[in-house]
Design a protein around this ligand. Structure first.
Ligand code: GUN
Ligand code: ZN
Length: 439
């Protein structure tokens, strides 16, 4: 049976960084069949043409495309909020001891449930997820993501030096375990595989070479890692890779940087790196709450965009302070404001684009998700704040759609998410969902 969604719909099918504007339509109908939007028109028109369709009345609040988180760590959910340390100290003291616990599948399984639930509750329908150093924990995450219907790309995180010994592997084992995971999960349901060297600090050239071999042997695998995050980390990479031109070169000389590569952070890039990222068509995942919480620096977004580098948004949990991409969008806005004339001015349409369509492009999923046009998957988040909350009051008094969206980025949190759909399937339902078979 066809489903007909009735809502005020906001999305950014035309890139606002290249002249596009926010698309906003009220009392719109989205007709969905087999998970795909097959018609988009005034609700009354679609209802008259499809009187048997099942109506989801979402007129309260706003319907947005499902959010796309391009950098988030599954093992770090329980250590969000460990403030006060720079990156390398935070990794050693907070993140890695927790990551070591995932060796135990009995620990990883409930964590996978909490993590997938947390993403969906935040309105995130697609995510590029940094997995675990343990294949059994990656299995646990994939099984849970598949069960809940999350659109996830993930993989085994690999390192072969400097980190605590229980997190290290070898180039051969990294290849073998990664290949076995990809054979089990790549292309299953909404899951795909991402080859995931942790960062150059913890990866020898031999390990990066095995990652490149694995990426070649998996049809349409993604590659993801970290780059140029903190000054101390950049300096360590310089010392470890004396023969490399810069941090990006440590990946690029193994052929790891291309259209299917997403690198998180890039807070401290050189011009050469920016130009090469643009040439390679790779994406930088900008993770602004993490950059602020770890004191990594202020992201030079304008330099990226002026040089043609693709940028999307990531929560970087647990360096980041939560799973909400609304909070990341707001923090991105703050940082660019603070950079003053070196900053990239951002309006609400830019923020929505970074949190949706830009992520879809990064993951090479633009033909399926990122906006709510005909032909796209019905991946959507319904925001309907409780009566009397500041966001509810704000939305009721918004001057126009852009103003309403600004209020969403300023104030929305998971308590305002009332429904989430992936491929037309309702994957999250909270308080009194309003769905009827006829109107
Ligand atoms: N660099 C290497 N590992 C990590 C991580 O877990 N978080 C962040 N923010 N940076 C990293
Ligand atoms: Zn990260």
């Amino acid at each position: 049976m066809k489903a007909l969604f009735r809502a005020t719909v906001l999305d950014t099918p035309d890139d606002p960084f290249h002249g596009g504007a926010l698309r906003a339509e009220s009392d719109l109908g989205l007709l969905v069949q087999d998970g795909v939007i097959v018609a988009r028109a005034a609700y009354g028109t679609l209802r008259a043409a499809h009187p048997d369709s099942r109506v989801h009345d979402l007129r309260e609040g706003l319907l947005l495309p499902g959010l796309i988180d391009t950098h988030v760590h599954f093992p770090q959910l329980r250590v969000i909020g460990a403030l006060g340390r720079p990156l390398l100290d935070w990794l050693r003291e907070s993140a890695l001891p927790e990551e070591a616990r995932l060796a135990d599948t009995a620990y990883a399984q409930p964590l996978a449930q909490e993590f997938v639930q947390g993403l969906l509750a935040a309105g995130t329908t697609t995510a590029l997820v940094f997995g675990s150093h343990f294949a059994s924990a990656v299995d646990a995450f994939c099984a849970e993501a598949d069960r809940r219907g999350l659109r996830a790309t993930t993989g085994l995180v690999v390192s072969d030096r400097i980190l605590r010994p229980d997190l290290l592997t070898t180039p051969q084992r990294a290849y073998d375990e990664g290949k076995a995971l990809a054979d089990r999960w790549h292309g299953v349901g909404r899951l795909r595989y991402a080859v995931t060297p942790r960062f150059s600090v913890s990866c020898t050239d031999d390990l990066l070479e095995s990652c490149a071999a694995l990426a070649k042997d998996i049809d349409h695998a993604m590659v993801t890692s970290h780059i140029n995050e903190s000054p101390a980390e950049v300096q360590q990479v310089r010392e470890l890779f004396e023969g490399s031109a810069d941090y990006l070169d440590t990946y690029d000389r193994h052929g790891l940087v291309d259209r299917d590569c997403v690198l998180a952070h890039n807070v401290h890039p050189s011009d050469r790196e920016l130009d090469l990222l643009a040439t390679r068509e790779a994406t930088i995942s900008h993770c602004p709450t993490s950059n602020a919480a770890l004191g990594s620096g202020m992201f030079p977004m304008r330099d990226h965009l002026e040089r043609g580098v693709h940028v999307a948004l990531g929560s970087d949990v647990g360096g980041g302070t939560g799973l909400s991409l609304f909070k990341e969008g707001l923090q991105a806005y703050f940082v660019q404001q603070l950079l003053a004339d070196r900053g990239q001015p951002l309006n609400p349409a830019h923020l929505l684009h970074l949190a949706t369509a830009a992520g879809a492009r990064a993951l090479d999923l633009s033909d399926q998700v990122g906006d709510l046009s005909v032909g796209k998957q019905m991946d959507a988040v319904w925001l309907a704040p409780a009566a009397g909350t500041p966001l509810d009051i704000g939305l009721r008094h918004a001057g126009d759609a852009s103003d309403a969206l600004a209020k969403v980025f300023a104030m929305a949190h998971s308590g305002d998410v009332r429904g989430v759909w992936v491929g037309g399937d309702q994957v999250l339902e909270t308080r009194h969902l309003n769905s009827r078979s006829a109107e």
